[in-house]
Design a protein. Structure first.
Length: 105
């Protein structure tokens, strides 16, 4: 059985979701797998090169990752409060200033 992975476009979409709500300069995609018990996909990420800003996102269906305009809240909330934007960004998100380490890089 082949290991689950995401395309760069799907990973870029996740970065867009995060940038809308949080002040970040880097995202590292650390791990991606499917939980066989729940059926959810689990995506482990780290923000700004800071181990304390590491979290796991739960994704019900892979097609959710095709959405560019979503926004996401990171948990635990108090851990990410210091980088949370007062007002979420809308519209097109420019990723050129965000350092992204993709799965498998």
């Amino acid at each position: 059985m082949k290991k689950e992975t995401l395309t760069k476009e799907q990973q870029d979409n996740v970065v867009r979701w995060i940038v809308r709500g949080y002040e970040i300069d880097s995202v590292e995609f650390m791990d991606f797998k499917k939980d066989k018990k729940t059926g959810f996909y689990l995506l482990n990420i780290q923000l700004n090169g800071d181990e304390s800003l590491e979290t796991t996102l739960s994704i019900r269906q892979l097609k959710e990752l095709e959405e560019k305009d979503a926004i996401i809240g990171l948990n635990p909330i108090d851990r990410f409060q210091s980088i949370e934007r007062d007002i979420a960004l809308e519209g097109e998100i420019d990723l050129s200033q965000i350092k992204i380490k993709y799965l498998g890089d």
